[in-house]
Design a protein around this ligand. Structure first.
Ligand code: NOJ
Ligand code: CA
Length: 577
């Protein structure tokens, strides 16, 4: 949501400054590959609330996931990232943690968690957990203590501004109904800081005790055997606690003024030393800061911070008015070059904060939904970087089709609606916009079958099931060898069988073609050519490669193009002989 996630949008202004990193012309040699399991992984993201409900309360849960482990295995993915499952009052669907060492009651128990982890590991699948430590819930014991008195030992766990100093310098809140990140608390006559909702106070990372608490939490889960962490909103964790005023008009420039500030890199290095270096775990930060250098420094292995960046530039490109493929190519090409020598990145076009992949980047009309889903999946699985794939996209699930505000559950969306009402905004326009981009579109329950509620629950789902479950569902797609689901399996296997797709040099071809995306991936003597048509019409490519010297390996049509003239949304991968 553009208004709700300005930092996603603003990051497009990043400058390409790390010229020294452009080594893409270098010939790679197999021995020089710094092979790592997390580079070779395909990550499948599970949104637990919407995946599968085992007990009929309308909310997905851990037992629900456990009963689908064989399905997950059948996809061929080998890492699961699960959204937060810790104790939480659920202001923001678990991104407001009140107890970091327990399981949210809606989702089950710690025994269920242990079974889930065991079941995944038995199937050779690793588990990455969300680490939500830019902020906690206001119902966390730390915050309850912190707000209780100015002299509480927990006071410095959060950011407070005493009211006798006057009003604190403005800070923008992404989720607050008034977008004011300071909330007055009469109990101690002071304001506390919350970049997200009022119920998500920001933790004070400048306090070494807070950092130690987080490392202990991380060790608790690593000792249980988890395989990695996704650091939620972590780029905002470090702050200048003198809270200088930001230049007028720039208060909302989230990346520049809020991202990767102060000693963030120092905290990551400490986290590496205390925790990450001691376990075989992967680590990925949400957001990549304000500059290429920030992004690069976070994941340059020699600096001992994190493993991979997760930058928003790509996912932020789609708008209700469409998007330019030239821009899309430019962004992905730039990010590839940033990490062509050192560091690593994630490749994704969807997640739980976005509407559906096919509705935003493809074409969800009955005619093109399947083929455009498959084309986008081909893109995600053939780029350099670790692919992240969001649950339900493997079925080609679409946006929800909600028309009224009562259909939505997402807290920031409901707050923004109220905000628009308060300021006399155009509510019809707002509803139209959220129908395209609200993250609830990506959170409707997983469509398992054509039975009631798509087989997700026997009760009332917490968020309406998409009405198209009768035509788009897992059970039916299982039976069809040409389904979106079965194509996903094929292309995941193809990536795993072709190391060149993980480590091979990427080079964009026919760069100025507005309709097609063409690139090669090359490692030692192996060269693959990927051709993708992003339009609903036939489109020619002009790559300079003699198509007579290529062999078709895989494609999303029964009869793939041999000559580089692509059918609508066609995707083909060739071996260049
Ligand atoms: C980013 C998460 O992905 C999003 O879902 C959440 O609402 C915010 N961080 C706050 O934790
Ligand atoms: Ca349930």
């Amino acid at each position: 949501m553009r208004k709700l996630f300005p930092y996603i949008i603003l990051i497009v202004f990043l400058k390409c400054s790390l010229v020294t990193l452009c080594y893409s012309q270098q010939v790679q040699n197999k021995d020089s590959l710094d092979r790592k399991w997390w580079k070779e992984a395909v990550v499948y993201q599970i949104y637990p609330r919407s995946f599968n409900d085992s007990n009929g309360d309308g909310i997905g849960d851990l037992q629900g996931i456990i009963s689908k482990l064989d399905y997950i295995k059948s996809l061929g993915v080998n890492v699961i990232w699960i959204n937060p499952i810790y104790g939480s009052p659920n202001d923001d669907n678990g991104y407001d943690v009140s107890d970091y060492r327990s399981i949210m009651k809606d989702f089950g128990t710690m025994e269920d968690f242990d079974l889930l982890l065991k079941g995944l590991h038995e199937r050779g699948i690793k588990l990455v957990m969300d680490l939500v430590v830019n902020h906690s819930s206001d119902e966390h014991e730390w915050f309850k203590q912190s707000r209780s008195s100015r002299t509480s030992p927990y006071r410095e766990y959060y950011h407070w501004w005493n009211a006798e100093q006057g009003k604190p310098p403005y800070r923008y809140s992404l989720f607050d109904v008034n977008h004011d990140a300071w909330r007055y608390d009469p109990l101690t006559n002071a304001y506390y800081l919350h970049y997200f909702s009022r119920k998500q106070p920001d933790l004070n990372w400048e306090n070494p005790k807070v950092r130690q608490e987080v490392y202990d939490i991380m060790k608790f889960w690593a000792d249980k055997g988890i395989d990695g962490y996704r650091l939620d909103a972590f780029q905002f964790a470090a702050k200048d606690t003198t809270f200088p005023a930001f230049p007028r008009g720039f208060e909302k420039n989230f990346n520049k003024y809020y991202g990767v500030q102060g000693n963030l890199h120092g905290y990551l290095q400490q986290m590496y030393k205390e925790v990450l270096s001691k376990y075989d775990v992967m680590s990925v930060a949400e957001g990549a800061g304000n500059t290429d250098e920030d992004a690069h420094n976070m994941v340059d292995a020699d600096r001992h911070e994190l493993n991979m960046a997760y930058a928003f530039d790509g996912v932020g490109i789609a708008t209700p008015e469409g998007y330019s493929l030239l821009h899309f190519k430019e962004v992905f090409t730039k990010w590839d070059s940033t990490f062509s020598k050192k560091g690593w990145l994630s490749i994704f076009l969807a997640n739980h904060d976005q509407a559906r992949l096919v509705s935003r980047f493809g074409n969800d009309s009955p005619e093109f939904r399947e083929v455009s889903s498959k084309m986008l999946t081909t893109f995600i699985m053939t780029m350099r970087g670790t692919p992240y794939y969001y649950n339900g996209d493997e079925l080609g699930m679409t946006n929800a089709g909600f028309t009224k505000i009562e259909d939505y559950r997402d807290m920031p969306t409901l707050n923004e609606y109220q905000h628009q009402k308060n300021i006399g905004g155009d509510l019809q326009k707002f509803l139209k916009r959220i129908a395209f981009e609200c993250r609830d579109n990506g959170r409707t329950p997983f469509q398992w079958s054509n039975t009631e509620n798509g087989g997700f629950t026997t009760g009332t789902p917490w968020l309406q099931v998409n009405k198209n479950y009768k035509t788009i569902n897992e059970a039916d797609e299982e039976k069809d060898p040409a389904s979106v689901l079965n194509y996903f399996r094929k292309i995941v296997k193809f990536r795993k069988d072709n190391l060149v797709l993980v480590y091979g040099k990427y080079a964009v071809l026919d760069k100025n073609n507005p309709d097609t995306y063409s690139y090669t991936r090359e490692l030692n003597s192996k060269k693959l050519l990927v051709l993708l048509n992003f339009t609903n019409k036939n489109a020619a490519t002009n790559t300079g490669i003699n198509m007579n010297n290529t062999t078709v390996l895989i494609g999303n049509y029964e009869h793939p193009s041999k000559d580089g003239i692509l059918k609508p949304y066609e995707a083909v991968i060739y071996q260049v002989n």
